[in-house]
Write a protein that binds this ligand. Structure first.
Ligand SMILES: [Zn+2]
Length: 136
């Protein structure tokens, strides 16, 4: 288990959000993924003029982790919102359906998903946000 609180993970997600590349939507997202071994992997959304190649912050973090050999996770924190919204005023941003499915590939139903801000965290499990997920 880790020593990271939801507040700490959301703070790191907020910091990762500052690296988001979202010139088309103007919607900046950061994520911080916690491995069961205590490693942290951050991600941000990265858009593309062709839209299709764009990637969400959550998948950015998960793919970074998997590519570095980490496949077991405890939690992810997600912070997102329009670029002009002050960080302290951000409303909760929830993972899209594609990211939920990617989480289901590597995570158990009790995987923790923190949304909101460090000061106003919301806590869900993957099983709550993606019941009856697809799997082979
Ligand atoms: Zn997504």
């Amino acid at each position: 288990m880790s020593n990271f609180s939801s507040k700490q993970l959301l703070q790191k997600a907020l910091e990762a959000r500052r690296n988001a590349y979202a010139p088309y939507s103007g919607y900046l997202v950061g994520a911080c993924l916690l491995g069961k071994d205590g490693q942290l992997f951050t991600g941000c959304n990265i858009e593309n003029a062709a839209f299709g190649p764009s990637v969400c912050a959550e998948r950015c973090a998960i793919f970074k982790a998997v590519s570095e050999g980490c496949r077991n996770f405890t939690a992810i924190a997600i912070v997102g919102g329009p670029k002009d919204t002050p960080e302290e005023d951000l409303a909760p941003a929830y993972p899209c359906g594609v990211c939920r499915q990617v989480m289901a590939e590597f995570c158990e139903p009790d995987f923790q998903i923190y949304c909101g801000t460090p000061e106003h965290p919301e806590r869900y499990t993957l099983g709550e946000l993606l019941p009856k997920s697809f799997g082979l």
